[in-house]
Design a protein around this ligand. Structure first.
Ligand SMILES: Cc1cc2nc3c(=O)[nH]c(=O)nc-3n(C[C@H](O)[C@H](O)[C@H](O)COP(=O)(O)O)c2cc1C
Length: 164
């Protein structure tokens, strides 16, 4: 079984999670940014990761998911500034799932990722976005060791599921 771990990452958070997943994949494997992928044929399992942008999936990842031929098993992962378990990151997965209609989706994982300080500054200056700015501020240091350990557990579970 050939595994592809692919991700979109602007500040490195999602890339860290991708690398943790890649580390535990025990078969023939590759890790590449989503922008570097021309063709997914030849892979059996794809881990596809993205940062949550505006409660949804970044454009480049939407394009990637839409082009999946439907012959692979897919597992999604994401990082987000908001608190874990919140409703909004869930919406992003729902969007990703709705695009991957042809593929068998194994599952998904998400954890927090620290938010670009420039964005936080802008949010804190705007009374309308202050609460979200404070929440985003508390993501500093994520993904941390625990998040990466959770990502590895997720990857092991997804691989076991894919082999069934
Ligand atoms: C343009 C933009 C929009 C974002 N929108 C959200 C959002 O809607 N919800 C959220 O929880 N985090 C949001 N974030 C925070 C990122 O999802 C988070 O910092 C993520 O870990 C960044 O991952 P990366 O380093 O792989 O790019 C946003 C970040 C950017 C740059």
């Amino acid at each position: 079984m050939k595994i592809l771990v692919t991700y979109y990452s602007e500040t490195g958070n999602t890339k860290k999670v991708a690398e943790a997943i890649y580390e535990v994949a025990d078969f023939d494997k590759e890790i590449k940014p989503v922008q570097a992928i021309q063709d997914t044929s030849g892979y059996d399992i794809i881990f596809c990761g993205f940062p949550v942008h505006a409660h949804s999936v970044p454009h480049k990842v939407i394009e990637f998911i839409k082009l999946l031929p439907g012959t692979q098993k897919i597992a999604f992962f994401s990082t987000h500034g908001s608190l874990r378990g919140g409703q909004l990151p869930k919406q992003a997965f729902e969007h990703a799932l709705s695009l991957a209609v042809k593929s068998a989706v194994l599952g998904h994982f998400s954890c927090r990722g620290q938010v670009n300080p420039k964005i936080i500054d802008a949010l804190l200056k705007n009374p309308e976005h202050k609460a979200w700015g404070e929440e985003a501020q508390s993501a500093l240091g994520h993904p941390d060791e625990n998040d990466l350990a959770d990502a590895k557990t997720f990857a092991v579970e997804m691989l076991a599921k894919a082999r069934k």
